[in-house]
Design a binder for this molecule. Structure first.
Ligand code: OSB
Ligand code: MG
Length: 371
């Protein structure tokens, strides 16, 4: 198919609840939606970069620049028959995985629609439902956190992730574990600790956690390997894994025993599947992380999470957890099944329908380029 036109939409949506991590508090969530047009079809991708370089160095502005000046020119007007064509055209671009992922994923959606298959099918996914949990942000008080966890447990979530940071860790995890002795539980530090905090992190070993996510520096694998050697609980890397190569290096030196795959952070669905396959080869379980996506990004996450080695529940919660009713840019919403799963869409491509009026209502900036 010849890529005839590409659009960028910088949008912003209000979160249903503010989301606080060790790196900050988000009230509104921005993102860039990418539309790729060919032969009367439109493929969609979501860029998960934020307003500032708090989770990774990428921002809305850097992603816009890299998409506009380098990635769009590399594919606009070109013939594309498989996602591998896009990956090859992007190869000269170093870094900027979230920008690359947005456009590559839009092409996956386009090609899946053209072939009349679901994105999950095109990726090789088998599962009809994917197991999911919920990522619970830092709350002003422990009581408010316990109330929030209780709410999600009552909604039917079978796995809870707690955000931690120095001063909001051992006591918080102890309180949750005492109240829910059998609840599958994990924690995420978003880089808030250093190796000097190993004694505190070792205290978490007593709470039977599924994993401890990204305790150290966003680019580190060396100190994580030193920590993993001292911990019973598996270390899981998020921020440190920017590509399939990083995943291999981290496993080679024992920096983690589990990998969080975020499609945006690793540079797209092709790289996400490669890391999944590496996990199969090495006997390392992976799971799907989230970036508070709209239903566009969520549909891509659910599709990839249907691959067989996504062995732990994903941070892919029901749509209403993220955005108020009527605000999300695509339909239908994802809803939680009774077994703490989301159903994998079966329609062509992403299997969700983008609503132009919702995109326009949320839009701050728009670009349309023809080849
Ligand atoms: O570290 O996993 C993270 C959200 C924004 C940035 C980083 C992270 C998160 C989450 C939320 O934990 C996961 C979700 O989308 O539900
Ligand atoms: Mg994380």
């Amino acid at each position: 198919m010849k890529i005839e036109r590409i659009e960028l939409h910088h949008i912003e949506l209000p979160l249903a609840h503010p989301f606080e991590t060790s790196f900050g508090r988000e009230v509104n969530r921005p993102c860039i939606l990418v539309t790729v047009h060919a032969e009367g079809l439109a493929g969609w991708g979501e860029c998960v970069a934020g307003d500032g370089p708090w989770y990774s160095y990428e921002t809305i502005e850097t992603a816009w620049h890299v998409l506009h000046d380098f990635l769009i020119p590399a594919v606009l007007g070109q013939e594309v028959t498989s996602p591998a064509d896009v990956v090859a055209r992007f190869r000269p671009v170093k870094g900027h995985p979230m920008a690359r992922a947005a456009l590559e994923n839009a092409v996956w959606d386009l090609l899946a629609q053209a072939q009349g298959v679901s994105l999950s099918e095109m990726l090789g996914g088998q599962a009809e439902r994917v197991r999911v949990g919920v990522s619970v942000g830092i709350e002003p008080t422990l009581d408010q956190l316990l109330a929030r966890v209780a709410q999600h447990v009552n909604e039917g979530y079978g796995r809870i992730k707690l955000k931690i940071k120095p001063g909001w860790d051992v006591d918080v995890v102890r309180a949750v574990r005492e109240r829910w002795p059998d609840l599958p539980l994990q924690v995420d530090a978003n880089c808030a600790y250093t190796l000097a905090d190993a004694p505190t992190l070792r205290e978490l070993d007593q709470f039977d956690l599924l994993l401890i996510e990204q305790p150290f520096h966003h680019d580190d694998i060396v100190d994580h390997a030193k920590l993993q050697a001292q911990l019973r609980t598996p270390v899981c890397l998020d921020e440190s894994i920017h590509s399939p190569e990083h995943a291999r290096w981290a496993l080679d030196i024992g920096a983690c025993r589990i990998i969080n795959i975020k499609v945006g952070r690793v540079g797209g669905l092709t790289a996400a599947r490669q890391i999944h396959d590496l996990g199969v080869e090495r006997g390392v379980p992976v799971w799907c992380g989230g970036m508070l996506e709209t239903n566009v990004g969520r549909a891509a996450n659910v599709a990839v999470a249907a691959l067989p080695n996504f062995a732990l529940p994903g941070d892919i919660s029901a749509s209403i957890r993220y955005y108020p009713e009527g605000k999300d840019v695509a339909e239908p919403n994802f809803t939680l099944n009774e077994d703490s799963t989301l159903s994998v869409p079966t329609g062509p491509g992403l299997g969700v329908r983008v609503l132009p009026a919702r995109v326009c209502a949320a839009r701050l900036q728009h670009l349309s380029q023809s080849g």
